[in-house]
Design a protein around this ligand. Structure first.
Ligand code: G
Ligand code: G
Ligand code: NA
Ligand code: MN
Length: 254
């Protein structure tokens, strides 16, 4: 109850911030991007994680305002890093199903990119497989418009959406992100290993980029290298960190 009352005020008071988790290109060993993950800097509770308030924001519809803020903030951050000569990197943001029930999303993205004068392909939108399959016609239209702007689209949690694969040929997509539930037991479970390799091959065959999320140890990293996965993201390389810390990692990697 406390959180639900606070959420609306928190938006007005600008109490949110973004953490950034690096994505590492396995061929070059360099950071190529980051996923932006929202946190709520609550005046009494401290740093509140998204799992504690995103579901509520989705239920109440406030998510639309949060997403708008996240998009603007990510674009502003991309611009700042560019000005510090820390580019080129891409930043991805997570969107919710609610965001695809309104045409305003395209306008929000277009305005944020223009206001911060960033290249559209520096911004990536992560959309779960579930969103893609559940709201087809308007979602497809919105995605097409976003893609036409030059925004990159990632299918998040790939393999968990209980979907047919046919959307892959109908939707404008750039990247598949292998869900961490497959990555987790890759060394112990032959099926998970086989599924992961098949997804990587599928991505390659469709000329899509493929990212493995939730890489937590050296063995998983080596597996992804052998399997020719493009990029990894996970605690083994880095947890999500504040913007200044991420900038430090970028600078050190130069
Ligand atoms: O950062 P953390 O590991 O706690 O993220 C938990 C979940 O919250 C993830 O599923 C992530 O996709 C989601 N999430 C994080 N930031 C955002 C955001 O800005 N918008 C939406 N819609 N979901 C987010
Ligand atoms: O797909 P989704 O947007 O839910 O993924 C983002 C979430 O995954 C965030 O909550 C982030 O903190 C979490 N995450 C990132 N790397 C790892 C990891 O290596 N292991 C685990 N368990 N979670 C991770
Ligand atoms: Na994500
Ligand atoms: Mn995911």
């Amino acid at each position: 109850v406390m959180l639900s009352n606070g959420l609306r005020r928190a938006i007005e008071r600008n109490e949110f911030c973004l953490f950034y988790q690096p994505k590492l290109n396995l061929k070059t060993g360099r950071i190529v991007g980051a996923e932006a993950l929202i946190r709520w800097q609550h005046p009494e509770l401290g740093l509140v994680m998204p799992s504690k308030f995103i579901p509520l924001a989705e239920e109440t519809g406030l998510i639309v305002y949060l997403s708008e803020w996240v998009i603007k903030q990510a674009c502003s951050q991309i611009r700042q890093w560019q000005q510090q000569d820390l580019m080129p990197i891409r930043v991805s943001v997570n969107l919710s199903g609610r965001d695809f029930k309104r045409d305003r999303l395209v306008e929000n993205v277009e305005q944020a990119i223009a206001a911060h004068e960033i290249a559209p392909n520096c911004l990536e939108l992560e959309i779960t497989e579930g969103i893609i399959v559940s709201h087809t016609s308007l979602t497809k239209e919105i995605l097409a418009k976003l893609r036409a702007l030059g925004i990159r689209i990632t299918v998040d949690d790939f393999g968990t959406g209980y979907s047919s694969l046919s959307y892959l040929r109908n939707f404008p997509i750039d990247t598949l992100k292998i869900d961490r539930c497959f990555v987790q037991n890759i060394d112990k479970n032959d099926s998970d290993a086989a599924i992961t390799m098949a997804v990587i091959d599928l991505a390659r065959a469709l000329s899509l980029e493929v990212v493995a999320e939730g890489v937590e140890n050296q063995a998983q990293l080596e597996f992804m290298k052998r399997a020719n996965c493009d990029c990894i993201q996970g605690f083994y390389f880095s947890r999500p960190v504040p913007a200044t810390e991420f900038a430090g990692m970028l600078a050190a990697g130069k």
